[in-house]
Design a protein around this ligand. Structure first.
Ligand code: HEC
Length: 103
């Protein structure tokens, strides 16, 4: 029985992670984020793919990025301009962070 259940558990985990990531992308596109960020190139803020690269070895990347998305970030990317707090819920910030680390 265990042999059957394990792949099912792994599969459903992968599916729910995938849909969370898609949710993050949808929130990004419908939010003011797009005024300052793109996936591939620097705009006002860093390219999100560059953020993913910088945090690739950080096991707390999702928590850290969700915190910075919600509360703002300053002085990490050599930009004169800080990112102020964004009007997102904690859940939205987490979905965004989960999507960003996949880029
Ligand atoms: C007014 C412009 C602006 C908006 C709107 C904005 N950002 Fe940013 N963002 C920035 C700037 C500038 C930085 C670099 C800040 C720094 O140097 O620490 C940044 C940094 C980041 C980082 C990297 C943080 C880190 O820890 O390295 C992430 C992730 C991010 N933004 C995601 C988002 C998301 C998601 C949204 C929408 C909910 C958003 N940003 C909205 C300007 C913006």
């Amino acid at each position: 029985m265990k042999k059957v259940l394990l792949p099912i558990a792994v599969l459903s985990l992968a599916v729910s992670f995938g849909s969370l990531a898609n949710e993050g992308e949808a929130i990004f596109k419908s939010n003011s984020c797009v005024g300052c960020h793109t996936v591939d190139s620097q705009l006002v803020g860093p390219a999100l793919s560059a953020v993913a690269e910088r945090y690739a070895d950080d096991e707390n990347a999702v928590e850290t990025l969700a915190d910075h998305i919600k509360n703002g970030s300053q002085g990490r990317w050599g930009s004169a301009m800080p990112m102020g707090p964004n009007a997102v819920t904690e859940e939205e910030a987490t979905s965004l962070a989960q999507w960003i680390v996949t880029l």
